[in-house]
Design a protein around this ligand. Structure first.
Ligand SMILES: C[S@@+](CC[C@H](N)C(=O)[O-])C[C@H]1O[C@@H](n2cnc3c(N)ncnc32)[C@H](O)[C@@H]1O
Length: 340
């Protein structure tokens, strides 16, 4: 019997105990393929309608995901070695020992809560979800280092977003002073204590009140969904308010800010009790370009109502200092080469 004939015949029956995983693709099924050691079935529904390159991309991502524990382990070992080398250099007097770190003072919590409403994961593309993850890391960093922190609750925290948070390492699960809740804020708080922040609100906030819970819409949408949060809050019977930006600053673009900038402004307001100072310390210089302080209280909102929101990714360059972020980035994934 020649080789071709043999391949067309039924495979011999192997007793279960003797059965070992097949080593070649040909003798399993014509649809089983091998990509760099990863066996896959072309009939798998997830490949339906996809071209060769798209399938390859999925497989590449799967391989990359599968290698995560190894990569993290490798990075940890590298860091350990580096620390040992550095210790040795200090012991030998080649390097100066680092100055003794001061213990971080205990966190002082404000009596004003903040909620990040993460109920919009179905409205964002993966890049925007990733962007939101970075913004949340920034909020947490700002909150940790602030003289007065706000108790932070992330509501409607769903599986999709949990996956995004996990992608950058699991350290978020150890964050202090942050609660991750599957429930919506309406199930957790009394409606009368809630204020949904929205650039589209007619009401202007003048101070952050004790006992109140302020909600920030956890969404990165490049302003695709204008008025989304305002509408949601109105439907739910929750008060809304916008930051008093127009009363203090004349900005180069529309006054829809990113989640982390709104959060940081609130933290700064708690510290200084001064909106102008808070805005100047948080809003990036390039957004303030061609803008001026308004000392007479004129609200110049109207003239820039139709302009688009600024690029979120650019905003990320403005606050690179957070130690938390650096640690996260170190343990996070270097991108596969062809995605960079
Ligand atoms: C990128 S914005 C979302 C824009 C979205 N289209 C919407 O409907 O609000 C993210 C969140 O930051 C808050 N925010 C942004 N700019 C604000 C402003 N000027 N005043 C109050 N809140 C603001 C809101 O809570 C908003 O939901």
């Amino acid at each position: 019997m020649d080789q071709t004939q043999q391949n067309l015949e039924e495979p011999p029956v192997v007793p279960v105990s003797d059965a070992s995983p097949p080593t070649t693709t040909e003798n399993i099924s014509p649809n089983i393929r091998d990509y760099k050691g990863l066996k896959y079935d072309l009939n798998d529904p997830k490949f339906k309608g996809l071209g060769k390159n798209a399938i390859k991309r999925i497989l590449k991502e799967e391989l990359w995901e599968a290698s995560r524990p190894k990569r993290i382990q490798h990075q940890r070992e590298k860091d350990k070695l580096k620390r040992a080398e550095r210790r040795k250099l200090i012991e030998d007097g080649v390097l100066e020992p680092p100055p003794k770190r001061q213990r971080r003072p205990e966190i002082t919590l404000a009596n004003t809560n903040i909620v990040l409403d993460c109920s919009f994961s179905d409205k964002m593309i993966p890049k925007e979800l990733q962007s939101l993850q970075s913004q949340i890391v920034r909020c947490h960093s700002a909150n940790r280092t602030a003289p007065l922190s706000m108790p932070l609750t992330i509501t409607s925290f769903d599986d999709a977003f949990e996956k995004v948070m996990d992608k950058k390492g699991g350290s978020w699960t150890n964050w202090k002073n942050v609660k991750f809740e599957r429930k919506s804020y309406t199930e957790l708080y009394d409606k009368k204590d809630l204020v949904y922040l929205s650039a589209d609100s007619e009401n202007v906030i003048h101070e952050l009140e004790e006992g109140k819970t302020y909600i920030i819409g956890g969404i990165v949408d490049k302003n695709r969904y204008k008025g989304l949060c305002q509408e949601k809050a109105t439907k739910e019977g929750i008060a809304t308010a916008r930051l008093p930006i127009g009363e203090y600053l004349q900005m180069a673009s529309r006054k829809v800010l990113t989640v982390n900038h709104v959060f940081e402004i609130m933290i700064k307001w708690l510290e200084h009790k001064d909106w102008e100072k808070a805005f100047m310390e948080v809003i990036p210089q390039r957004k303030l370009k061609d803008s001026s302080l308004i000392h007479n209280g004129d609200d110049k909102d109207k003239q820039d109502e139709d302009e688009d929101e600024d690029e979120y990714d650019e905003d990320h360059e403005d606050n690179k200092s957070a130690t938390e972020e650096k640690t996260e980035e170190k343990l996070s994934d270097p991108k596969p080469v062809d995605e960079a």
